[in-house]
Design a binder for this molecule. Structure first.
Ligand code: GLC
Ligand code: CA
Length: 558
């Protein structure tokens, strides 16, 4: 596994395959569709492409419920299509990162089917089955709501931390682990660039599986305490690394929620389990309250929250290793919805948000459509929604007395499906995504943001992203902007998030204003050269002051 190499100077891009590009005209994105668009990614300057799960799956949770790790979901194509994608990507120097789901599989996986049929078979030990006379074996609540246990008859239950179609795999069982390692090596032998590893902090469960003090009216308790980064998980993760990733030239990006900074070294330090990880501390700020309809909107919380959390993450990570930075992924609404009030969402504020995350210390992950400045979409009713967690939160809103109209509005804002709708390639029919009606409604405003038109417009968000990539990779600034150290600046101005990136004598400042009006920031910093800005007439700091237009972003050498 690769810890100290070139990947730190690279750019990554995340694809939600079902909605990226439909090559065979069935309304669903597919692997051939990705291959067709490799030149688009190349043009953007992408080095690594993370593809959300394309394995065989009943698609209960967008493919994170895998029924066969060794085959491709026919909806996305065939294994030949996968091999072709790998070969074509290689020609363009692009590495493919697949999603690796190890905490659970699908209830339609043959292992689980065997386990259901025969409680005494080997496969039954691959899962968490328990017998209980009086309802669920404990009071843990699953991530998607409701009990983490499902009854299969005769007082027999199995555990699922996510949906009930995602039974948890029992990592205490060595035979299961060996099967999973074999599968991982099989994929790496194909020449993958690495894996993004799903929900990996959940592998170890509190061994007695005891009930805990309830934290809600439902008598249940969130399953985080007893199942997230639980002591002993390190043994699993060390063996996983030794048996698989260590033997290949690959990178591993862990989805590692719930790792305190004191333990970061175990995960991504010199001998850590993974190359890098996604830290959620600053991307989930809005998520206060038990359900989406009670969560805060952009600016109901101060921007300094974001700033404090983001810099804490950056500074702690720099002490230990190298992070993976992002604002959007397939589990979030569009970033603008989290950080910018609706009336101020514009190309300018989109470029500002892009600037802010893109030059942080870490490998940047651009999420499909982010580079076009896509905003949230509009779901007219719950029938427009596919995502299991959105449906769950819609139910919570109804149960709280909201009307269906109010409930859909409330969940619209945070729905994961905002990022899962078809990618707008052109202003033509179906946004050029497909020749037929797509599996989900395209964004109503794709005429305003689509790849074809934006590529021709030098002021578009897409053109701006290309400039950001070029700058970050330029010979002159690549060291400062990738591995260079980070320091917050201009902390006495609450409307601004600003930092410097430094490598030796090269110092670059990145300043982002969240103010909707003109402001002036006092600063002793003297600008030497303007490198990038989201306004044409941007100016460098002068006489101890920097003038910033609404939502201005400016990058300059000091
Ligand atoms: C991760 C995925 C998410 C999925 C969950 C269960 O958080 O990103 O989409 O629902 O794991 O696999
Ligand atoms: Ca298709």
């Amino acid at each position: 596994m690769n810890k100290n190499e070139a990947w730190k100077r690279k750019i990554a891009y995340q694809i939600y395959p079902r909605s990226f590009n439909d090559a065979n005209g069935d309304g669903i994105g597919d692997l051939k569709g990705i291959t067709e668009k490799l030149d688009y990614l190349k043009e953007l300057g992408i080095d690594y492409v993370w593809i959300c799960p394309v394995y065989a799956s009943p698609m209960d949770d967008g493919g994170y419920d895998i029924s066969d790790y060794y085959s491709i979901n026919p909806m996305f194509g065939t294994m030949e299509d996968m091999d072709e994608l790998l070969a074509e990507a290689k020609k363009r120097n692009i590495k493919i990162i697949m999603d690796l789901v190890l905490n659970h599989c699908s209830d339609e996986h043959i292992w689980f089917q065997k386990a259901l049929a025969d409680p005494n078979c080997e496969e039954a030990e691959y899962f968490y089955f328990r017998n209980s006379e009086n309802g669920a074996p404990n009071n843990w609540r699953s991530m998607f709501g409701g009990s983490a246990w499902e009854h299969v008859g005769n007082g027999r239950y199995y555990m699922h931390l996510f949906s009930k179609k995602q039974p948890d795999l029992n990592w205490e069982n060595p035979k299961l682990c060996e099967k999973l390692y074999e599968m991982i090596r099989w994929w790496l032998d194909k020449g993958l660039g690495g894996f993004r590893i799903d929900a990996i902090t959940h592998l170890k469960k509190e061994p007695t599986l005891s009930s805990l003090e309830p934290d809600g009216d439902d008598g249940m308790v969130a399953c985080f305490g007893p199942t997230r980064n639980y002591p002993g998980i390190g043994d699993f993760l060390t063996e996983l690394r030794e048996q698989t990733f260590d033997r290949y030239d690959c990178i591993t990006v862990a989805e590692a929620a719930g790792v305190p900074y004191e333990q970061l070294g175990e995960y991504i330090g010199e001998n850590g389990y993974f190359s890098t990880l996604f830290d959620f501390s600053y991307s989930e700020l809005y998520a206060y309250g038990h359900a989406w309809h009670t969560c805060k909107k952009a600016w109901e919380w101060p921007i300094t929250w974001l700033r404090d959390k983001m810099f804490a993450s950056q500074i702690e990570t720099e002490k230990i290793g190298f992070g993976a930075v992002y604002f959007e992924n397939h589990d979030y609404p569009r970033a603008s919805e989290k950080f910018i009030p609706t009336e101020y969402q514009s190309d300018i504020s989109q470029k500002m948000l892009g600037t802010l995350f893109f030059f942080l210390r870490g490998i940047p992950f651009i999420y499909q459509g982010e580079e076009l400045g896509m905003t949230n979409t509009v779901f007219e009713s719950i029938d427009d929604v596919d995502d299991i967690s959105t449906k769950n939160h819609y139910g919570l809103a109804l149960a709280d007395g909201l009307t269906p109209e109010e409930a859909i509005k409330a969940v619209n804002r945070y729905s994961r499906d905002n990022g899962r709708i078809p990618f707008p390639w052109t202003s033509g029919a179906n946004g050029g995504f497909s020749d037929v009606t797509p599996w989900m409604k395209p964004h109503p405003e794709f005429a305003r943001f689509n790849a074809e038109d934006e590529a021709k417009d030098e002021n578009s968000v897409l053109s701006y992203y290309k400039e950001m990539v070029k700058l970050r990779k330029s010979d002159e600034y690549v060291e400062a902007l990738s591995v260079g150290s980070i320091s917050p600046i201009m902390l006495d101005c609450d409307d601004v998030i600003a930092y410097t990136r430094t490598d030796g004598s090269k110092r670059v400042a990145v300043v982002c204003s969240f103010s909707p009006v003109d402001i002036t920031v006092n600063t002793e910093i003297v600008g030497k050269k303007l490198l990038l800005a989201n306004y044409k007439d941007a100016t460098l700091p002068e006489n101890g002051a920097l003038a910033l237009a609404p939502f201005e972003a400016i990058v300059f050498e000091i």
